[in-house]
Design a protein around this ligand. Sequence first.
Ligand SMILES: Nc1ncnc2c1ncn2[C@@H]1O[C@H](COP(=O)(O)OP(=O)(O)O)[C@@H](O)[C@H]1O
Ligand SMILES: [Mg+2]
Length: 281
Amino acid sequence: MRVALATCSRLPGGNADVRALAGALADLDVRAEPVIWDAGVDWSGFDLVVIRTTWDYTHRPDEFLAWAGGLPRVLNPVSVLRWNTDKRYLRDLAGAGVPVVPTRWDPDDVPSDWPEYVIKPAVSAGSRDTARWGAAEHAAARAHLRELRDAGRTAMVQPYLAGIDAAGETALVFIDGEFSHAARKAPILAPGAGVQGLVTPGDGRGTVTAATATPAELDVAHRALAAVPDAPDLLYARVDLVPGPGGDPVVLELELAEPNLFLEHGPGAVSALAKAVVARL
Ligand SMILES: Nc1ncnc2c1ncn2[C@@H]1O[C@H](COP(=O)(O)OP(=O)(O)O)[C@@H](O)[C@H]1O
Ligand SMILES: [Mg+2]
């Protein structure tokens, strides 16, 4: 059996998750290797493609989804990738009663009722093209909003949820439908920083550490997963939660396409993931 762990050209060997998973699969006599998704490879040679560190797809989402749709077999399923690579899925979650970050979709203007707010595109990863703006920065924020809209992208405008400054965001990782472990990501957006490029942790921003999920976080995460359309087979899932306006956890992101699973923070997570892959071969 041969498994491709799909990655991008910037990370030809994947990341720590990919290396750990390849090692655990080798221990189970499955050959798994990182393969660059857009390198023109003959995918018929693989029994399964597992999407992992394909983090450059946000520049070419249509091309990425067409590629995934043409694979003999891919996880998570391509219907899930289609739904989940655009944050408009948050509207479906909200419609199902799941608490999500309050969001204005493609508004004509920046908000005047929030002291601080975030503008970001619906298709993104790694905080690309995302910014935190204050009430004194409306002109720059308007230019940001216009730039996204002129590029034909769906813009999202949210209040800056200041609870993240103390609590960070909590990522709840699920493997094979079961909660595995949690991690805390330090807040990323600095005031006055403007539009972010690709954020690489350096000054403590975005740093990931082990965490313990609270019962309230587990409850919201389970509800978010239960609201995924058509109850698909999910090899893995990550639910990112932040304290909402009232302090209770709300969904910032539900990551079913190419989440970093922070496997190093979950005892037993690597072998659970490897076993879940083997069970699907
Ligand atoms: N409404 C918000 N309030 C506070 N911080 C936010 C908000 N939206 C995004 N952020 C910050 O920006 C980062 C990137 O936004 P996110 O929605 O996770 O998109 P992605 O990870 O796909 O780029 C988050 O990790 C968080 O630190
Ligand atoms: Mg995120």
